[in-house]
Design a protein around this ligand. Structure first.
Ligand code: CP
Length: 309
């Protein structure tokens, strides 16, 4: 049985292409499992996992919890708003106290970039990064690339993928760029110049400020939310103006004379970055992304635990 090259899943940057393919092959198996009448396997029945969410989440938190339960792991959940973090406890003290309860694996979301990497230097348990500030969101990129592979029925190599929107504040963008590049895709970013990091081309991606040209170029468009909660200043005049220049709607797609696959990691701000007539159309794979998230996270948990099917 193949193993991952890493003990932790901190980011896509640290993974090899072979790791990505191993996770996809394992997720293919778990996808079949969760479509059976009995959706559980006993693979992680001796493993205890703590889901530590220091930041809000709907999809990632529920998807990890479901993935862990489908693998028969014991699961404990933590949310910082109702914990002793509010009384001044440090991150490392909090995690060491959780580990003292014989926890084997940590899933962590934190607003500080590098928080999971910091923990990995101080604790022995396996760590999965469920999103660290504006840095990386590796399981999102894994489920995104798995969903592209599933929908387009072919190798990701050579596919053209554009990531649209608030690239500057997006951990989803960075993890997707790393994953797509490792798998051989051509990648473009598109958005207002103020929301695209300087020197992003050094990651091997193209940059395009005109949304119509970007959509005409691509096979797949991954549309991102404007992350107002992370923006320290105004990067564009108003959300209405953003929609006028970068909002993806049916009229814009109809003007392309070709169909493209539409993705979004969620949560969607309908009427800002994406209109309902696109988000809910047959070319959107947004709910397939969410569905695939469970199988992909089962694969990551299972492989990190070093279990055998
Ligand atoms: N895509 C994503 O990370 O969504 P949540 O913030 O709801 O987990």
């Amino acid at each position: 049985m193949s193993q991952l090259t890493q003990k932790h899943l901190l980011g896509i940057k640290e993974l090899q292409k072979s790791d990505l393919n191993l996770i996809f092959e394992t997720a293919d198996y778990f996808k079949e499992v969760i479509n059976r009448p009995i959706k559980k396997v006993p693979s992680l029945r001796d493993i205890t996992i703590a889901n530590l969410f220091f930041e809000n989440s709907t999809r990632t938190r529920l998807s990890f919890e479901l993935a862990e339960k489908r693998l028969t792991a014991d699961v404990i959940n933590f949310s910082s708003s109702s914990s002793s973090v509010k009384k001044g406890e440090t991150l490392l003290d909090t995690v060491n106290n959780v580990l003292a309860m014989k926890v084997d694996m940590i899933v962590i979301r934190h607003s500080s970039p590098g928080a999971p990497h910091f923990l990995s230097k101080h604790i022995k348990a396996n760590i999965i990064n469920a999103g660290d500030g504006t840095h990386e969101h590796p399981t999102q990129a894994l489920l995104d690339t798995f969903s592209i592979r599933q929908r387009l029925g072919k190798d990701i190599k050579g596919l053209r993928v554009v990531i649209v929107g608030d690239i500057l504040h997006s951990r989803v963008a960075l993890s997707n760029i790393y994953a797509l590049k490792k798998l051989g895709a051509e990648v473009m970013v598109c958005g207002p110049n103020t929301l695209i990091p300087r020197h992003i081309e050094e990651l091997g991606v193209k940059k395009e400020l005109d949304i119509k040209k970007a959509l005409a170029w691509c096979d797949v468009a991954n549309i991102l939310r404007i992350q107002l909660e992370r923006q320290q200043k105004k990067y564009f005049p108003s959300l209405r103006e953003y929609y006028l220049y970068y909002g993806v709607n049916r009229k814009l797609l109809d003007s392309l004379n070709k169909e493209i696959t539409i993705m979004h990691p969620g949560p969607i701000n309908r009427g800002v970055e994406l209109d309902s007539d696109v988000a809910d159309s047959g070319h959107s794979i947004i709910l397939e992304q969410v569905e695939n998230g469970v199988a992909v996270r089962m694969a990551a948990l299972y492989l990190l635990a070093g279990a055998t099917i």
